[in-house]
Structures are given as C-alpha cells and as structure tokens.
Design a protein around this ligand. Structure first.
Ligand code: SF4
Length: 224
C-alpha cells in the first residue's frame, strides 16, 4: 500500500543523476526551483523564481536516486538551489529517504547554520539532522574560493555534521566543471576556474529535466 509520504511533491529545477562536481565521490545532484535570496552573481538565476521547474513526487525522486545508486554507484545526494531550506519539507523527506538507501547527504544553503538552527519549523531541524555536510552562507561574487573544491566563495563554511566525512584531500583538489550534451541541450554543473566563468553564457539549460542516461562529454575541466 503506497505511503502518503510518497505523494509529497517538490519543485525541481535540474537533476544530474551522477556527478563528481557537487561534493565527495559520485553523487546524485538535485537543484530545487526557488530561492528567496538574491546573491549578486548567483550562478543559477533561472532557479530563483518559485514558479517553474518540474513537479516530482517523493516516490519518483527516491526511485530515481535508487536507480542512480544501482547503475552508477553513487555514494550520496547533494541538494542545491534554489535554496534547499526554502523547500525544507520535501528536502527533509528526500534526505531521510536517501539515508535509508545507505547514501550520504550534502546540502548547499545561502543561510547560515546558526540561523537555520534558530528556525522553529520542525522540517528545518529534520533536514539538518539528515545532512552530513552543510555548506552555508550566501555566494559572494567578489570573493571566489580558489582553494576549496566545490565551494563558491571564501565566506562559505563547510560543516561536517556527522562523522561520515572530514576535510580530506578531496577538498583540496582543483575545482571541477562538468558539461553534458543530450540532443540539442546542454547541462553545466560544478564550479569553473575563475577565468572560465561566463564561458557558457547564452547556453540555455535544458527542459524538461535531464534524462538519467545523459553522458558527460567533458568530465573534468580543472581550474588552474
Ligand atoms: S542562495 Fe544560492 S541560489 Fe540563492 S541567490 Fe544565493 S547563490 Fe543563488
């Protein structure tokens, strides 16, 4: 009998079912549609409005993640934005389901952890409780981080909320940018070298969501 929780819906802007550009190891990366913040220079301006993207049920997403685990050996999921904590009810449910699949959870938030911890909504607490790594703080265009892999700007902090990860050598490797071409559509994710920012300006993100089997054509473009 289906669980009522499975019918929970969420607004998704983009999915990359297996990426090495959004956190440690291979990960299922999911961008929510909608962010209340407006960091100047935000890399994902099309993900800011709360209208748009695609509506997916929790069950659909969990099945997709389970498929990615079986087919690609992902070790975790990464929640990005948009702002995951502006979608805390479905994001917490998704994080819990990922943990039940034996996967780790990483989240990027424009909010600070202490502000999130002070929020009264139980779903915000639940999302924090099901997150292994939280990268927090707004993106500051004028303070690009060139030392820490996967991190956008120097002000952003990495919180290892569980013992599953630590700041090992993976975090000191050069940044990673992935470009996928599927038919006439291109999906770019990860963080580029400073001198590569803007290379894809004018490219349109694909719609609908990327298919699960889109293959990376450029797997790793390393920052200098
Ligand atoms: S929090 Fe992230 S998605 Fe929201 S405006 Fe800032 S950089 Fe963009």
């Amino acid at each position: 009998m289906p669980d009522a929780r499975d019918e929970l819906t969420m607004q998704i802007a983009q999915v990359v079912p297996c990426t090495e550009a959004e956190g440690p190891g291979k990960r299922f990366a999911l961008w929510f549609q909608g962010c209340p913040l407006r960091c100047p220079g935000c890399c994902n301006p099309e993900f800011l409005p709360f209208k748009g993207g695609e509506t997916k049920t929790l069950l659909e997403m969990v099945e997709w993640i389970a498929r990615a685990k079986a087919e690609s050996g992902i070790e975790g999921i990464t929640l990005l934005g948009g702002e995951p904590f502006a979608h805390a009810v479905p994001a917490a449910a998704l994080a819990k389901a990922a943990r039940e699949l034996g996967l780790t959870v990483m989240a990027f938030s424009g909010f600070l952890l202490e502000d999130l911890r002070a929020r009264p909504e139980p779903e915000v607490r639940e999302l924090i409780d099901h997150t292994d790594i939280l990268v927090d703080g707004p993106y500051l265009r004028d303070e690009p981080d060139t030392e820490r892999r996967w991190i956008g700007s120097r002000n952003q902090r990495i919180h290892f909320l569980t013992p599953r990860y630590s700041q090992d050598e993976q975090w000191r490797k050069k940044n990673t940018l992935e470009i996928r071409v599927s038919g006439r559509e291109i999906v770019v994710n990860g963080f580029p070298a400073a001198d590569a920012v803007g290379l894809w300006k004018g490219w349109r993100r694909k719609k609908p969501l990327p298919v699960a089997n889109a293959k990376p054509t450029t797997n790793e473009a390393e920052a200098k």
